[in-house]
Each structure stands twice: as C-alpha cells, then as structure tokens.
Design a protein around this ligand. Sequence first.
Ligand code: FUB
Length: 326
Amino acid sequence: MEKIPKPHKPIVDHIYTADPSAHVFEGKIYIYPSHDLDHDGPSNDNGDQYAMEDYHVLSMEDFNSPCIDHGEALHVKDVPWAKKQMWAPDAAYKNDTYYLFFPAKDKDDIFRIGVATSSNPSGPFTPQESYIPGSFSIDPAVLVDDDNRSYIYFGGLWGGQLEKWQTETFTPDAEGPAANEPALGPIVAELSDDMLTFKEEPHEISIIDEDGNPILAGDEDRRFFEGAWVHKYNDYYYLSYSTGTTHTIAYAMSKNPKGPFVYKGKILEPVIGWTTHHSIVQFKDKWYLFYHDCSLSNGINHKRSVKYTELTYNNDGTIQTIDPYK
Ligand code: FUB
C-alpha cells in the first residue's frame, strides 16, 4: 500500500489507525499505531468500541516518501495472556532488539501491559508468555534515555482502569479522586536492562503548576487523562498527554524523567473525534507531532486516522499550540 503523506492528511487510508507512536529507527520514520476496526458494535465510556485485535507497523523513508504498511506485526490470538482490546502501543530499540510494548485485557478483563520482540523494526513481533509482572492500565510509552536507562510511562482513566489501582490491588468499583483533590498522574517505572520487567515498583508521577501545587482532579483542562509520551529536548524531559474530557494534548516539563513535571500548556487543540493521542519525534533537524482524528470516517470515534504536522519550540523551550485544522 503506497500513499504520499501530506501534513494534516491521513498517512494511510486503506485501514483505520490511531494512537501513533513515532520513532526514527535505521534512519527512517517508523509509526506504531493502534489498528482501529470498522465495526458497528457497542460504544460507551468504558471504551468497548475500541475492540482492536492486532497491530500494523507503518514506515516512511522521509516526509516526502510513501507510507508503507508492513502488514500484521502481532495479533491478539498469538499473545498467550491476552483476551482483547489491543490498545495504544509503543516501540523501543535496545540490545540489538526492537521491543513492542502494548496494553490488552487479560482473561479477567483487567488491562495489563505486554512486551513482544523482533530483530526488525517492522516485526513480526514475538510476545512474551505473560504480561510484565506488576503492570496495569494502558498506553505504555518508553523512553530510552541518553545514558541507556529506560523508563516506561503508562496509565489512563475510565476505560483505561487507572482509578482502580489506587491501592495495590485491582478494585473494580474504585472511583477517581474528588474534584478538589490532586488528580491521578501517569505511572512510571524504570525498565530492567533486558526491557522485559520493571526494575522498581511503578509509581505515580506528579504534575504541578508553576507554584508547585498539584493539578487537581477537577481541573479537566490540565489534568492527565491518558496517552502519556515523554521526549527530551535541550536537557528537559517533556511529558505530554491527553486531557480526555477536554480533548487536548497538554504538556509539562521537568529536569528529571520521573518528575515532578511542571504544567506548561497545550500542544494540540481538539481534533474531530472524542479521543486525542499523539507522539513527538525529531527527524533530521525538525520536530513532528503525530496524532489522529476521525475526519476520514466523518467523526466516528473508533475509526481514526493517523496524521502528522510540524512542531515548533519557542526560544524558552515552550511549545507552540497547534490548531489541527489551520
Ligand atoms: O485506542 C484506544 C484508546 O483510545 C487508547 O489507548 C487511548 O489513548 C485512546 O486513544
């Protein structure tokens, strides 16, 4: 399948794709998206409409080249511990190996995070027998830092089940904090050197305002919802994420990969569709935001398409807000 991608246009239109995690591997741009299914099943706040079953890896030589679909890289039927809902994945390279990190519901309908490996960035990927011990919730994103230490960030509210993990066990009826209490943050853990387990107990990241006060759960314009992504620029770590109910991509900065992160602003205004999910990557001397919207499906929330656009930093390191339709 070959298409010439243009900014603000879907990078492919023969399948629905979402939640793009973009990386530069072997000098090319590789995109690890969710593969949305074209179905008419139930749609609800629990995210049952996101019934994805497999992953396809996409790649582009550069931003003037066609986007290639490398076909199925991993299917839920080949993951021994997983039952359904292959949600937003990410990939990382270390130890001469490509790692695909992905969330899925286990046989008890609890979201866990799995790892699969390949010698090729486009897969196919071979899954581990079980999910990462101690993993939970959704939307893994992995940063391999300049010192070769690796961190996994994850978590998502509502259908992503993060509220249910405020104690050490899964509590099916647990709700999020009250509006005047600190919001739940994404979770971080350093990964073991082989990238297959957590090196430490995962713990919550705090997102604070410029005065050092935690962002509150009722502050839906700024609080974390899902889709964490961490990148580095000029010695700062940038944590960007979806605000869910207010449909933007927001970001916060820190000198430490585990935070606390200071809220800075908005990267992306709302897109067509309920969810918004992104990644940020440098290619040559420019920076790009990969994101998705539902324009190709005329606004059907679970039929999304990956797009990209250039991202611009101000001199002080803050990021200019992008209007996806200008
Ligand atoms: O694609 C399923 C879910 O929708 C993702 O895991 C979330 O980030 C949201 O984009």
